[in-house]
Every structure is written in structure tokens, then in C-alpha cells.
Design a binder for this molecule. Structure first.
Ligand code: SF4
Length: 401
């Protein structure tokens, strides 16, 4: 078994922090995330529990953070003071590096001017707003709680509160979506000039109400995705990852960190983390917290009394901890890095793993170069546009076992 990361390994590394807030006003029809409606008492108990976990992890790894992402769920559904409490705990437990990106996910209709001003004063500097569509029929079909007007109101309030870095989520591949409907969504959003747009394809997950009602039409989806990409690129939003577009300089630092395998701590129910310490792919650990919210709250109440263990990192909340082998780390390096349009650096691969990329992946790379799905320019290896269109198939070929 590969060695676990020791504390001395991670102490000086730049890290990211993900905080999971699992609360939503109601469950959307297509959603299989760990989220749902909970009463106020549970929400309050959860915030206290989360703060205990943040403090506990901070005592073990008082990391320097380049980004914090507060995701969910609908974090903006929480009371403003609760969010302030969470941010105060983060700042007391870790060091936020100058220029750190601190994002909160919001849904239209769940924020007020007061909340937005609390977010700003507590250090949150980026909003990610879940719009999904500007068409009322599509919003209803998805089971969203908001209208397009509500989104506009939220967006305007956010600008007034001083947010100069806003991302908007939209969805392609909705049942019955036409180019006209998607065009209406995109033009309505672009009129507002957000800094960043995430355009995800709807995935119809088993176990959701959508699964019973609809089947995906992959060809139509592909055409719409392609059309959306061209539409956005012609209007100054460059695609920097399979589903993400930004105006220059506004690529998400946090998400780019995931694809570059920057280590991160995950706090909250079901949250995942990547703790990276050693060299040559050794000493890396993927962690995942327990998924039962009540058990999470109970275990977190015991954390203040737990002595910080010497040596290896540890949390009683980890339901899964998977030490990564060198091969696991190589696979991740490839299939995460290749999601970005800039791809990966061959020199970095060699320096991290102590072996040339051609020696490990020479055959598969050559095959994709020949098929026009990948390209190499000097040190960089990346998917072509055609390769991005079939990225699932291409990325799967980088599995070593
Ligand atoms: S708001 Fe987001 S997390 Fe909540 S139910 Fe809807 S899709 Fe899921």
C-alpha cells in the first residue's frame, strides 16, 4: 500500500478548500446531488458541525488557501449570519492567500441585499448563480424554484453589492430544447456580461424523476453543445474546459485547481478531498466524508475533544480514504488535465513521475494524434475540438489498469 501523506508533507503546500452546504428549498426534478430541504434547526446544527470540522482540519493542516468554494445544495439558502460564522471560522483556521478566490453558489430567489453585503464583508468575492435557462417553460420542467425575472433581480443586486466576478450556470440538452430556446437563454445572459459561464449538458441520472420521464437524445445534445460553444466563443468567452467559458482572466481558480490536481480539503457531509504530499505520485490520499447528515452532525460534535493525531492525517468523518498509487496519480494527471483546453505539460509529467510521458502513454497518444483527436505543440498535449466533443471516450483510454 502506498504511504499516507504525513502532516509535514502538506503543511507548506498551497491548498484549496471545498465546503458543502446540502440545503435546498426543494429538490429539482433532475438532481441527484447530496442535497434537499431541511428544517431550520437542522440547518443551524449543521453549521455548528461544519465549523467544528473546519477547525479540526485547520488544526491538522493550517494550510495556505488559494481558493475556497462554498457549494451545495444551495448555500445561499442559509441565513446570512450563518454564512458569516462559517467564513469567520475559515479565516481563523487557515490562511487565505492574497488574491484568494472565494466563491459561493447561489440560486435566484434565495439571496437578499443584506445577505450579499454580508458575503462581501466576510471575504466572498465570486458568485456562481444557477440560472440553467431563461425560458420559463424549461425552468418549470426542471423543477427550479425561480423565474428569469428573479434571476435578473438577483444578478442586479449582486452587481450593486459590488460583485465584479459572477459566473452563470446554464444547461444544454434539456428535453425539447431547440436552438431558438438555447439562443434565447444565451443572448439573455450575455446581455448582462457575466465574467464566466458554465454550460453543462443535462445528465439524466437514475433515481431522479427525470429518469422515469425522459431519455437523452445524444445527437441533438451534441449539436446544441457545439452551437453554444461557437456562439460563446464568437462573443469573447473562451472555452478553457469542456463545459466552462470565461472572459480573459476570469477562469475559475478553484476549478482549475481540481483539474491540475492542486490538493484540497473537503469539509461537510459527503465532501471529497485530495491530500497530496509525497513525490512521484506517492503519499496522495483521496478522502470522502460520510453522507448521512445526522451522523455527520453527531460526529462533528465530538471533534473539539479529539486530540490531533501525530504523523498521518486522519479524520473520523472520512467514510472513504483511498491512498493513490503512482498509476492512479498518472491516470488522474491525464484525465483531469486533458479536460482543460490548454491540456497538460509533458515536462511536468516527467518531473512529477520521473518518467517520460511517451514511455507510459506513447501508443495511445500516437493513436489520438493520428485520428485528429489530440495534438502536441512543443511541451503541451491537448484535445482538439473534435477530441473535446468525444472527451468521455478519449479520456477513458488513459486508464492504466
Ligand atoms: S438547487 Fe441544485 S442542488 Fe438543489 S435540488 Fe436543485 S439542482 Fe439539486
Amino acid at each position: 500500500m502506498p504511504p499516507l501523506p504525513g502532516k509535514e508533507d502538506v503543511m507548506d503546500t498551497e491548498m484549496e478548500l471545498y465546503l458543502h452546504i446540502p440545503f435546498c428549498v426543494k429538490k429539482c426534478e433532475y438532481c441527484d446531488f447530496l442535497s434537499g430541504p431541511y428544517d431550520e434547526k437542522t440547518q443551524h446544527a449543521y453549521v455548528l458541525a461544519l465549523c467544528n470540522e473546519i477547525r479540526y482540519m485547520g488544526r491538522q493542516i493550517p494550510a495556505k488557501l488559494r481558493s475556497v468554494f462554498i457549494g451545495g445544495g444551495t448555500p445561499s439558502w442559509l441565513d446570512g449570519q450563518e454564512m458569516e460564522r462559517i467564513m469567520e471560522t475559515v479565516k481563523a483556521s487557515f490562511t487565505l492567500l492574497p488574491g484568494a478566490e472565494v466563491t459561493i453558489e447561489c440560486n435566484p430567489g434565495t439571496v437578499t441585499r443584506e445577505k450579499l453585503s454580508i458575503y462581501r464583508s466576510s471575504g466572498i468575492n465570486r458568485l456562481s448563480i444557477g440560472l440553467q435557462s431563461a425560458n420559463e417553460e424549461e425552468l418549470k420542467l426542471l423543477g427550479r424554484i425561480h423565474t428569469f425575472d428573479r434571476f435578473l433581480h438577483t444578478y442586479e443586486m449582486a452587481r450593486e453589492a459590488g460583485f465584479s466576478n459572477i459566473s452563470v450556470d446554464i444547461m444544454t440538452g434539456l428535453p425539447g430544447q431547440t436552438k431558438e430556446l438555447l439562443s434565447h437563454t444565451l443572448s439573455s445572459v450575455l446581455r448582462l456580461k457575466p465574467e464566466h459561464i458554465s454550460a453543462y449538458s443535462l445528465i439524466i441520472e437514475e433515481g431522479t424523476p427525470f429518469y422515469e420521464k425522459y431519455t437523452a437524445d445524444e445527437d441533438a445534445e451534441y449539436e446544441l453543445m457545439k452551437w453554444a460553444r461557437e456562439y460563446l466563443e464568437q462573443r469573447g468567452y473562451h472555452r478553457y474546459e469542456i463545459s466552462n467559458y470565461a472572459r480573459p482572466g476570469y477562469e475559475s481558480l478553484h476549478n482549475t485547481g481540481y483539474w491540475r490536481r492542486v490538493p484540497y480539503i473537503g469539509c461537510g457531509v459527503g465532501a471529497a478531498g485530495l491530500l497530496v504530499g509525497g513525490r512521484e505520485g506517492n503519499g496522495e490520499l483521496r478522502t470522502e466524508n460520510i453522507r448521512d447528515i445526522y451522523r455527520y452532525i453527531e460526529l462533528c460534535s465530538q471533534l473539539p475533544d479529539i486530540k490531533i493525531p501525530q504523523g498521518d492525517l486522519y479524520s473520523p468523518l472520512w467514510e472513504e480514504q483511498t491512498p493513490l498509487t503512482r498509476e492512479d496519480a498518472m491516470e488522474e494527471f491525464m484525465f483531469l488535465g486533458l479536460r482543460m483546453t490548454e491540456g497538460i505539460s509533458a515536462a511536468e509529467f516527467a518531473s512529477v513521475f520521473g518518467i517520460g510521458i511517451e514511455e507510459v502513454y506513447g501508443e495511445v497518444l500516437q493513436r489520438f494524434y493520428d485520428q485528429g483527436l489530440m495534438e502536441r505543440q512543443k511541451d503541451r498535449i491537448f484535445l482538439t475540438e473534435q477530441g473535446m466533443d468525444v472527451s468521455n471516450m478519449v479520456l477513458a483510454e488513459f486508464l492504466l489498469s
